[in-house]
Design a protein around this ligand. Structure first.
Ligand code: PEP
Ligand code: MG
Length: 761
């Protein structure tokens, strides 16, 4: 059964448009299950009717022509109940709807299963048979499995089909909306520029070529270069390989001949596609075909075709690798955007980001928020390779992407964009005002930094210190570990810019979703693996150089604080402290002058640390909660996975309890406790954290003025009442709603309006 399932899914994956996905599915399911009929009814988007969309066994002439209302017939029943319906005699069921013409009347036995993608019913998959019988449990289980596997493929094909249809219509008759996860707030209206990792056949954007003949010549040049490489490789290995193995190189060369795969690529190039797109289409099609073969030898050829395809693609990409032309109002789109990809776009041209993978607490989203670039993460159904150059609107508040927006939609979003711009200008006036409640409670607001550009942005917005300098960001933008002197300069810039305000530098926190290109960490469970302090304790040479550079940079300034990430036990903390003391002693000896030992703190970001906060506090100068990780580990929800974004709940009662626990324990040891996770930048959460007793809130510079405005409009007394009430509530959605409502009531009208846009997600 598993083999049949795999082969159905693989075959469906070879289809290049929705109708063939459906046709292949019904044909293969009918054949594999040995039934007389297999059909698919797909839900259309306007009225939610179920359209008879593909069949094997019923009258094909009616495909696309008849449909039933959402609650009509057995199909409607399956869809509404979202569960299989297995009937021996369909006609006797009260919901049965006779549809003349399609030829259903002969079939008694009926088994229908819903096709569900991301909680949405896309349609219904049905098998039928003449003999009166109930399909057995195996049939039911198999059909459910097929349907679950195909749902994603159908959703993707629907999305791609929609884009192609809109493109072909030429008249911009409608727009398509894709849902993702809100990554960074704001509206962007611009043009999609797709970035692809090198030599990845699956993520090549589709573009038109500039000149067909040039493109053809270029493709054949690259092909010839690969042929030469293969010949050279064959010669090099000639003495070490058996005769049959050497013959493989001839097979490769024949595949690369001008009249083989290349001829198919030529056809696409002649139709105006650029060589990379044409190549990836042809190669992927053949790879899928080979993968579907029964014969093990032929199946293996899929690997060869893919390898050859990648080699040609590398040549095509290398020749095209000059600086990409990023036009004004670029919306950068990619399967998995990284910090270095952002770095390549001139900042004045970058208006938005869309990442197909990742979620709102992925590090790229955090960077985007600190840079104030509207971002949508986890747009998993967006056929991103097809949207190069298209006009799009990105709604970073709600996590939506609009393709080919209508004039009316553009106007609507342009208005929101202008209102936001105006509002942030108004907030600028708060820059030099203190963050103080209406009953005179003073709450310091610090910033999180990483990029060089964060310095100016933070000072502009009136930051009173740095609560988290993510030192890994400058590490990410390089091709090797920065030397001690390079690091000293980077740290000195930060310390000098903010002096005498405190700057909290976190020691290197790589692993998880932050992997250095020159120090890759590949693990099955990266967030539970070699991360943060675990890496640097295993590599004291990296850790010592870093803390030496920090302390040297602090000479004569004295505003450095060092913070340790991902500490989960006392011995780990003591080991790290020993190393810092050692580095300090060595430096004092080396430099021959008194060098102050900076204040050292621990990040509380794993559940174990919550319950050891007191033991940690005894040993260090301060605690700082990393709520991004603490939330993911407490709730067991990957911060980087869009599929579970809905249950990454920052206002979860368990998270709030943990936050209160940490601040109480830190204070019991007389230590200051701050928070530097993204939570501090959410106005509602900021109020609660203040009421819990947090001494400092550290957030990205973009949200700082908004938080300041909220705190300045509320009293500590009121904040404490809100906290007391929230602590009695039992679910995150209820808490969020209560906080949003209370804050809107206490804020200025302007802010309340802005917050309503913010909280629309
Ligand atoms: C956190 O985990 O909350 C934190 C501030 O660190 P990072 O987001 O860099 O993991
Ligand atoms: Mg963290």
């Amino acid at each position: 059964m598993l083999d049949s399932l795999r082969s159905i899914v693989q075959e469906v994956n070879t289809a290049d448009h929705l109708q063939s996905v459906l046709d292949i599915t019904v044909a293969r399911v009918q054949d594999t299950m040995g039934t007389e009929v297999c059909s698919i009814y797909l839900r259309e988007s306007t009225q939610g009717r179920y359209v008879f969309s593909a069949t094997e066994g019923l009258n094909k002439e009616f495909v696309g022509k008849i449909s039933m209302a959402p609650t009509e017939g057995l199909v409607g029943q399956v869809a509404a109940r979202e569960e299989p319906l297995n009937l021996e005699n369909a006609e006797s069921h009260p919901q049965f709807l006779f549809m003349p013409g399609i030829g259903e009347e002969r079939y008694s036995a009926f088994l229908g299963v819903p096709i569900i993608h991301q909680r949405n019913v896309l349609g219904v998959l049905v098998i039928q048979q003449q003999t009166r019988r109930r399909f057995d449990e195996d049939d039911e289980a198999f059909l459910v499995t097929v349907s679950a596997q195909l749902a994603g493929v159908i959703a993707h094909a629907q999305a791609t089909g929609l884009l192609v249809a809109l493109d072909d219509s030429g008249e911009r008759q409608g727009s398509a909306r894709f849902r993702g996860v809100a990554g960074a707030p704001g509206i962007a209206i611009g043009h999609a520029i797709v970035v692809a990792p090198t030599a990845d056949l699956n993520s090549v954007p589709m573009r038109r070529s500039k000149d067909i003949q040039d493109e053809l010549d270029f493709f054949h040049e690259c092909l010839e270069a690969v042929r030469e490489d293969i010949k050279a490789l064959g010669r090099k290995l000639a003495t070490r390989l058996a005769k049959e193995e050497r013959a493989l190189f001839d097979v490769y060369l024949s595949m690369l001949a001008d009249d083989a795969l290349a001829a198919e690529v030529d056809v696409h190039i002649l139709q105006g596609e650029w060589a990379q797109g044409a190549l990836s289409k042809v190669i992927l099609k053949h790879v899928r075909t080979f993968e579907m073969m029964e014969d093990a030898y032929l199946k293996e050829r899929a690997t060869d075709v893919k390898d050859l395809g990648r080699r040609v693609l590398s040549y095509l990409q290398a020749a095209n690798s000059g600086p990409v032309d990023y036009p004004e109002r670029t919306v950068l789109v990619g399967e998995e955007l990284t910090a270095s990809m952002l770095g390549e776009v001139p900042p004045e041209n970058l208006v938005g980001l869309i990442s197909v993978r990742g979620s709102s607490n992925s590090h790229v989203a955090i960077l985007a928020r600190s840079m104030g670039i509207p971002t949508v993460m986890g747009a998993v159904d967006l056929p991103y390779t097809q949207i190069e150059g298209s006009e799009i609107i990105l709604d970073g508040y709600n996590g939506h992407v609009y393709f080919n927006p209508s004039a009316e939609l553009q106007h609507r979003f342009q208005t929101i964009y202008e209102e936001e711009l105006q509002f942030s200008k108004e907030l600028e006036a708060l820059k030099d005002e203190p963050c103080v409640t209406t009953d005179d409670y003073r709450l310091p607001l610090w910033v999180n930094t990483g990029l060089q550009a964060d310095i100016a942005r933070s000072l502009d917005r009136g930051a009173e210190g740095v609560g988290l300098f993510r030192t890994e960001v400058p590490f990410l933008l390089r091709e090797r570990f920065p030397s001690e002197e390079e690091q000293r300069k980077i740290y000195r810039d930060q310390l000098e810019a903010f002096a005498p305000m405190p700057v909290t530098m976190r020691t290197l926190d790589v692993g998880g979703d932050k992997s250095l290109p020159y120090f890759p960490i590949e693990e099955d469970n990266p967030f539970l693996g070699w991360r943060g302090i675990r890496v640097t304790l295993d590599h004291p040479e990296i850790f010592l150089v870093q803390v030496r550079a920090m302390m040297k940079a602090n000479a004569g300034l004295g505003n450095l604080r060092i913070m340790l990430p991902m500490i989960s036990s006392v011995p780990e903390l003591e080991e790290a402290l020993e190393l810092i003391y050692r580095a300090h002693d060595e430096l004092v000896e080396e430099l021959d002058f008194e060098l102050e030992l900076p204040l050292i703190g621990v990040m509380v970001e794993v559940p174990a640390a919550v319950y050891q906060a007191r033991q940690f506090a005894k040993r260090v100068g301060f605690l700082s909660v990393g709520s991004n990780d603490l939330t993911q580990y407490l709730l067991a929800v990957d911060r980087n996975n869009a599929r579970v974004a809905d249950i990454y709940q920052t206002f979860h009662p368990a998270v709030l309890q943990a936050l209160q626990h940490v601040v109480n324990d830190g204070h019991a040891e007389g230590r200051k406790v701050s928070i530097c996770g993204e939570l501090a930048g959410e106005p509602g959460a900021a109020v609660l954290l203040m009421a819990m007793g947090y001494d400092v809130l550290s957030m990205n510079a973009t949200t700082l003025p908004k938080v300041k405005s909220v705190i300045r409009n509320i009293s500590m007394k009121k904040a404490k009442e809100m906290l007391a009430h929230v602590m009695t509530l039992e679910n995150a959605a209820e808490i969020r709603e209560y906080m949003e409502q209370s804050i809107q009531e206490s804020s200025s009208q302007r802010l309340a309006k802005a917050m309503m846009v913010d909280s629309a997600h």
